[in-house]
Design a protein around this ligand. Structure first.
Ligand SMILES: Nc1ncnc2c1ncn2[C@@H]1O[C@H](COP(=O)(O)OP(=O)(O)OP(=O)(O)O)[C@@H](O)[C@H]1O
Ligand SMILES: [Mg+2]
Length: 281
Protein backbone atom coordinates (compact mmCIF):
# COMPACT_ATOMS: atom_id res chain seq x y z
CA UNK A 1 0.00 0.00 0.00
CA UNK A 2 1.36 3.43 -0.90
CA UNK A 3 1.55 6.18 1.70
CA UNK A 4 -1.32 8.66 1.37
CA UNK A 5 -0.38 12.21 0.47
CA UNK A 6 -2.24 13.43 3.53
CA UNK A 7 -3.75 11.60 6.48
CA UNK A 8 -5.92 13.06 9.23
CA UNK A 9 -5.87 11.08 12.45
CA UNK A 10 -8.67 11.97 14.86
CA UNK A 11 -8.55 15.64 13.90
CA UNK A 12 -10.67 18.07 15.84
CA UNK A 13 -10.83 21.79 15.36
CA UNK A 14 -12.44 24.26 17.72
CA UNK A 15 -12.69 27.96 16.84
CA UNK A 16 -11.86 30.51 19.55
CA UNK A 17 -15.60 31.02 20.23
CA UNK A 18 -15.74 27.27 21.12
CA UNK A 19 -17.55 26.14 17.94
CA UNK A 20 -16.40 22.59 17.35
CA UNK A 21 -16.10 22.61 13.55
CA UNK A 22 -14.41 19.21 13.12
CA UNK A 23 -14.93 16.26 15.41
CA UNK A 24 -12.32 13.52 15.56
CA UNK A 25 -12.03 13.29 11.81
CA UNK A 26 -9.92 10.53 10.27
CA UNK A 27 -9.43 10.40 6.52
CA UNK A 28 -6.76 10.08 3.90
CA UNK A 29 -6.08 11.84 0.63
CA UNK A 30 -4.37 9.54 -1.86
CA UNK A 31 -1.86 10.84 -4.36
CA UNK A 32 -3.10 11.59 -7.86
CA UNK A 33 -6.81 11.49 -7.05
CA UNK A 34 -9.57 13.92 -8.03
CA UNK A 35 -11.63 14.26 -4.90
CA UNK A 36 -14.85 16.17 -4.25
CA UNK A 37 -15.72 17.15 -0.71
CA UNK A 38 -19.43 17.62 -0.18
CA UNK A 39 -21.54 18.48 2.82
CA UNK A 40 -24.13 21.08 3.70
CA UNK A 41 -23.47 24.60 4.99
CA UNK A 42 -21.42 24.55 8.17
CA UNK A 43 -20.33 20.91 7.70
CA UNK A 44 -16.67 21.89 8.14
CA UNK A 45 -15.38 21.87 4.54
CA UNK A 46 -13.61 25.22 4.63
CA UNK A 47 -12.18 24.45 8.07
CA UNK A 48 -10.77 21.16 6.75
CA UNK A 49 -9.16 23.02 3.83
CA UNK A 50 -7.50 25.57 6.10
CA UNK A 51 -6.01 22.71 8.11
CA UNK A 52 -4.59 21.16 4.94
CA UNK A 53 -2.02 23.86 4.35
CA UNK A 54 -1.38 24.75 7.96
CA UNK A 55 -3.40 27.97 8.09
CA UNK A 56 -5.21 26.42 11.06
CA UNK A 57 -3.60 24.11 13.58
CA UNK A 58 -5.74 21.21 14.87
CA UNK A 59 -7.05 21.39 18.42
CA UNK A 60 -6.61 17.63 18.63
CA UNK A 61 -5.20 14.78 16.53
CA UNK A 62 -2.40 14.55 14.00
CA UNK A 63 -1.98 15.39 10.32
CA UNK A 64 0.56 13.52 8.23
CA UNK A 65 1.95 14.86 4.95
CA UNK A 66 3.69 12.19 2.86
CA UNK A 67 3.83 10.02 5.97
CA UNK A 68 5.47 12.67 8.20
CA UNK A 69 3.55 14.20 11.06
CA UNK A 70 3.13 17.99 10.84
CA UNK A 71 4.84 19.81 13.69
CA UNK A 72 4.07 23.38 12.47
CA UNK A 73 7.67 24.58 12.54
CA UNK A 74 8.24 27.61 10.31
CA UNK A 75 10.42 25.91 7.71
CA UNK A 76 8.02 22.98 7.49
CA UNK A 77 5.01 25.28 7.06
CA UNK A 78 6.76 27.18 4.28
CA UNK A 79 7.43 23.92 2.43
CA UNK A 80 3.89 22.70 3.03
CA UNK A 81 2.40 25.89 1.57
CA UNK A 82 4.53 25.48 -1.54
CA UNK A 83 3.15 21.99 -2.03
CA UNK A 84 -0.46 22.72 -1.15
CA UNK A 85 -2.09 25.50 -3.14
CA UNK A 86 -5.43 26.67 -1.81
CA UNK A 87 -8.15 28.67 -3.53
CA UNK A 88 -10.29 30.20 -0.80
CA UNK A 89 -14.07 30.18 -0.85
CA UNK A 90 -14.02 33.97 -0.83
CA UNK A 91 -11.60 35.31 -3.46
CA UNK A 92 -11.26 38.61 -1.56
CA UNK A 93 -9.21 36.68 1.02
CA UNK A 94 -6.74 35.87 -1.71
CA UNK A 95 -6.28 38.82 -4.04
CA UNK A 96 -4.35 41.82 -2.78
CA UNK A 97 -1.88 43.02 -5.45
CA UNK A 98 -2.35 46.19 -7.48
CA UNK A 99 -3.08 44.29 -10.69
CA UNK A 100 -4.32 40.86 -11.72
CA UNK A 101 -0.98 40.13 -13.40
CA UNK A 102 0.98 40.96 -10.23
CA UNK A 103 -1.38 38.81 -8.22
CA UNK A 104 -0.92 35.79 -10.46
CA UNK A 105 2.87 36.26 -10.36
CA UNK A 106 2.91 36.47 -6.56
CA UNK A 107 2.87 32.68 -5.96
CA UNK A 108 5.64 31.76 -8.41
CA UNK A 109 7.70 34.72 -7.09
CA UNK A 110 7.37 33.32 -3.59
CA UNK A 111 8.65 29.97 -4.84
CA UNK A 112 11.90 31.74 -5.78
CA UNK A 113 11.60 31.12 -9.53
CA UNK A 114 13.58 33.20 -12.03
CA UNK A 115 11.98 36.20 -13.72
CA UNK A 116 11.49 34.26 -16.97
CA UNK A 117 10.00 31.26 -15.14
CA UNK A 118 7.62 33.51 -13.19
CA UNK A 119 6.42 35.16 -16.38
CA UNK A 120 6.03 31.84 -18.17
CA UNK A 121 4.05 30.29 -15.30
CA UNK A 122 1.80 33.36 -14.98
CA UNK A 123 1.23 33.66 -18.74
CA UNK A 124 0.28 29.98 -18.99
CA UNK A 125 -2.16 30.28 -16.10
CA UNK A 126 -3.69 33.43 -17.63
CA UNK A 127 -4.10 31.69 -20.97
CA UNK A 128 -5.74 28.63 -19.37
CA UNK A 129 -8.21 30.66 -17.32
CA UNK A 130 -8.95 33.15 -20.13
CA UNK A 131 -8.03 36.12 -17.97
CA UNK A 132 -5.90 38.00 -20.57
CA UNK A 133 -8.28 40.93 -20.76
CA UNK A 134 -8.21 41.36 -16.98
CA UNK A 135 -4.41 41.41 -16.65
CA UNK A 136 -3.92 45.09 -15.90
CA UNK A 137 -7.05 45.56 -13.77
CA UNK A 138 -6.94 45.99 -9.99
CA UNK A 139 -8.42 42.75 -8.60
CA UNK A 140 -10.92 44.57 -6.35
CA UNK A 141 -12.69 45.99 -9.44
CA UNK A 142 -13.44 42.53 -10.84
CA UNK A 143 -16.78 40.73 -10.68
CA UNK A 144 -17.04 37.77 -8.30
CA UNK A 145 -16.68 35.20 -11.09
CA UNK A 146 -13.67 37.04 -12.53
CA UNK A 147 -12.02 37.18 -9.10
CA UNK A 148 -12.53 33.43 -8.73
CA UNK A 149 -10.85 32.77 -12.07
CA UNK A 150 -7.91 35.00 -11.14
CA UNK A 151 -7.54 33.25 -7.76
CA UNK A 152 -7.52 29.89 -9.57
CA UNK A 153 -4.96 31.20 -12.08
CA UNK A 154 -2.72 32.23 -9.16
CA UNK A 155 -2.70 28.69 -7.80
CA UNK A 156 -2.21 27.09 -11.22
CA UNK A 157 0.86 29.31 -11.69
CA UNK A 158 2.38 27.78 -8.53
CA UNK A 159 2.10 24.27 -9.92
CA UNK A 160 1.36 22.69 -6.51
CA UNK A 161 1.38 18.99 -5.71
CA UNK A 162 -2.01 19.27 -4.03
CA UNK A 163 -4.57 21.78 -5.28
CA UNK A 164 -7.36 22.55 -2.88
CA UNK A 165 -10.29 24.58 -4.20
CA UNK A 166 -13.09 25.72 -1.94
CA UNK A 167 -16.23 25.92 -4.09
CA UNK A 168 -14.36 26.92 -7.25
CA UNK A 169 -17.45 27.12 -9.45
CA UNK A 170 -19.76 28.96 -7.03
CA UNK A 171 -20.63 32.30 -8.61
CA UNK A 172 -19.30 31.34 -12.04
CA UNK A 173 -21.61 31.38 -15.05
CA UNK A 174 -22.16 27.99 -16.77
CA UNK A 175 -19.51 28.70 -19.44
CA UNK A 176 -16.75 29.46 -16.95
CA UNK A 177 -17.89 26.79 -14.48
CA UNK A 178 -17.47 24.21 -17.25
CA UNK A 179 -14.20 25.80 -18.32
CA UNK A 180 -12.77 25.60 -14.78
CA UNK A 181 -13.72 21.93 -14.50
CA UNK A 182 -12.06 21.26 -17.87
CA UNK A 183 -8.91 23.02 -16.69
CA UNK A 184 -8.90 20.96 -13.50
CA UNK A 185 -9.12 17.85 -15.67
CA UNK A 186 -6.36 19.03 -17.97
CA UNK A 187 -3.88 19.90 -15.21
CA UNK A 188 -4.59 16.75 -13.25
CA UNK A 189 -1.99 14.00 -13.57
CA UNK A 190 -0.68 11.12 -11.47
CA UNK A 191 1.54 13.41 -9.39
CA UNK A 192 -1.06 16.08 -8.83
CA UNK A 193 -3.93 15.61 -6.45
CA UNK A 194 -6.96 17.88 -6.70
CA UNK A 195 -9.45 18.31 -3.90
CA UNK A 196 -12.43 20.59 -4.29
CA UNK A 197 -15.54 21.32 -2.32
CA UNK A 198 -18.87 21.88 -4.00
CA UNK A 199 -22.60 21.93 -3.40
CA UNK A 200 -23.13 20.79 -6.98
CA UNK A 201 -23.61 17.03 -6.75
CA UNK A 202 -23.90 16.63 -10.53
CA UNK A 203 -20.51 18.20 -10.97
CA UNK A 204 -19.00 16.15 -8.13
CA UNK A 205 -20.41 12.91 -9.54
CA UNK A 206 -19.12 13.53 -13.04
CA UNK A 207 -15.70 14.91 -12.15
CA UNK A 208 -14.45 13.07 -9.08
CA UNK A 209 -12.71 9.72 -8.60
CA UNK A 210 -13.69 9.87 -4.99
CA UNK A 211 -16.28 11.61 -2.81
CA UNK A 212 -15.87 12.66 0.80
CA UNK A 213 -19.04 13.51 2.71
CA UNK A 214 -18.85 15.69 5.80
CA UNK A 215 -21.75 16.41 8.11
CA UNK A 216 -21.65 18.48 11.29
CA UNK A 217 -17.89 18.19 11.48
CA UNK A 218 -17.83 14.39 11.10
CA UNK A 219 -16.90 12.15 8.22
CA UNK A 220 -19.94 10.29 6.91
CA UNK A 221 -18.40 8.60 3.89
CA UNK A 222 -15.39 8.40 1.60
CA UNK A 223 -15.56 6.32 -1.55
CA UNK A 224 -16.42 5.93 -5.23
CA UNK A 225 -19.01 8.43 -6.49
CA UNK A 226 -21.51 5.83 -7.78
CA UNK A 227 -21.36 3.99 -4.45
CA UNK A 228 -21.62 7.04 -2.21
CA UNK A 229 -24.47 8.56 -4.23
CA UNK A 230 -26.50 5.37 -4.11
CA UNK A 231 -26.51 5.27 -0.36
CA UNK A 232 -29.93 6.82 0.24
CA UNK A 233 -29.64 6.75 4.03
CA UNK A 234 -26.37 8.64 3.85
CA UNK A 235 -27.79 11.21 1.42
CA UNK A 236 -30.79 11.77 3.64
CA UNK A 237 -28.68 12.14 6.76
CA UNK A 238 -26.34 14.63 5.12
CA UNK A 239 -29.10 16.57 3.28
CA UNK A 240 -27.58 15.83 -0.10
CA UNK A 241 -29.43 15.16 -3.34
CA UNK A 242 -28.66 12.35 -5.68
CA UNK A 243 -26.97 13.41 -8.95
CA UNK A 244 -29.60 13.85 -11.65
CA UNK A 245 -28.13 11.29 -14.07
CA UNK A 246 -28.03 8.60 -11.42
CA UNK A 247 -31.53 9.34 -10.16
CA UNK A 248 -33.15 9.36 -13.61
CA UNK A 249 -31.31 6.22 -14.70
CA UNK A 250 -32.41 4.33 -11.59
CA UNK A 251 -36.02 5.49 -12.02
CA UNK A 252 -36.02 4.46 -15.67
CA UNK A 253 -34.73 1.00 -14.87
CA UNK A 254 -37.32 0.66 -12.14
CA UNK A 255 -40.20 1.63 -14.41
CA UNK A 256 -38.89 -0.70 -17.12
CA UNK A 257 -38.57 -3.47 -14.53
CA UNK A 258 -34.92 -3.92 -15.33
CA UNK A 259 -32.69 -5.09 -12.45
CA UNK A 260 -30.26 -2.41 -11.28
CA UNK A 261 -26.92 -2.85 -13.03
CA UNK A 262 -23.39 -2.81 -11.64
CA UNK A 263 -22.33 0.07 -13.86
CA UNK A 264 -24.02 3.43 -13.90
CA UNK A 265 -23.68 6.22 -16.43
CA UNK A 266 -21.43 9.03 -15.26
CA UNK A 267 -21.56 11.62 -18.03
CA UNK A 268 -24.50 12.73 -20.19
CA UNK A 269 -22.91 10.96 -23.15
CA UNK A 270 -22.68 7.79 -21.10
CA UNK A 271 -26.29 8.16 -20.10
CA UNK A 272 -27.51 8.49 -23.68
CA UNK A 273 -25.43 5.50 -24.79
CA UNK A 274 -26.64 3.28 -21.94
CA UNK A 275 -30.22 4.37 -22.49
CA UNK A 276 -30.18 3.74 -26.23
CA UNK A 277 -28.65 0.30 -25.72
CA UNK A 278 -31.44 -0.46 -23.23
CA UNK A 279 -34.08 0.69 -25.71
CA UNK A 280 -32.60 -1.43 -28.49
CA UNK A 281 -32.44 -4.68 -26.59
N1 LIG B 1 -13.92 32.00 12.33
C1 LIG B 1 -14.87 31.26 12.88
N2 LIG B 1 -15.22 31.44 14.18
C2 LIG B 1 -16.17 30.66 14.75
N3 LIG B 1 -16.84 29.69 14.13
C3 LIG B 1 -16.52 29.47 12.83
C4 LIG B 1 -15.54 30.25 12.14
N4 LIG B 1 -15.46 29.80 10.87
C5 LIG B 1 -16.35 28.80 10.77
N5 LIG B 1 -16.99 28.61 11.94
C6 LIG B 1 -18.01 27.57 12.25
O1 LIG B 1 -17.45 26.29 12.00
C7 LIG B 1 -18.40 25.41 11.40
C8 LIG B 1 -17.85 24.90 10.09
O2 LIG B 1 -17.74 26.00 9.19
P1 LIG B 1 -17.10 25.88 7.73
O3 LIG B 1 -16.94 27.25 7.22
O4 LIG B 1 -15.89 25.01 7.81
O5 LIG B 1 -18.27 25.09 6.97
P2 LIG B 1 -18.45 24.79 5.41
O6 LIG B 1 -18.72 23.32 5.28
O7 LIG B 1 -17.30 25.32 4.66
O8 LIG B 1 -19.81 25.58 5.06
P3 LIG B 1 -20.27 26.35 3.71
O9 LIG B 1 -20.86 25.29 2.79
O10 LIG B 1 -21.34 27.28 4.19
O11 LIG B 1 -19.09 27.05 3.13
C9 LIG B 1 -19.69 26.23 11.28
O12 LIG B 1 -20.51 25.90 12.37
C10 LIG B 1 -19.22 27.67 11.35
O13 LIG B 1 -20.21 28.50 11.94
MG1 LIG C 1 -17.12 26.75 3.22
Amino acid sequence: MTTPLISFENISYQYPDKTLALKSLSLHIDKGKKIALIGNNGAGKSTLFLLLNGLLIPSGGKIYFNGKVLTYKRVELKKLRQKVGIVFQNPDSQLFSSSVYEDIKFGPKNLGLSKEEIQKAADQAIHLTETETLKEKPPHFLSLGQKKRVAIAGIIAMNPELMVLDEPTAGLDPYYAKKIMQILNDIHHENRTILLSTHNVDLAYEWADEIIVLHNGSLLAQGQPAKVFQNRELLKQSHINQPMILEIYQQLLNTMNIPLPREYPITQKDFVEKLSSLLHT
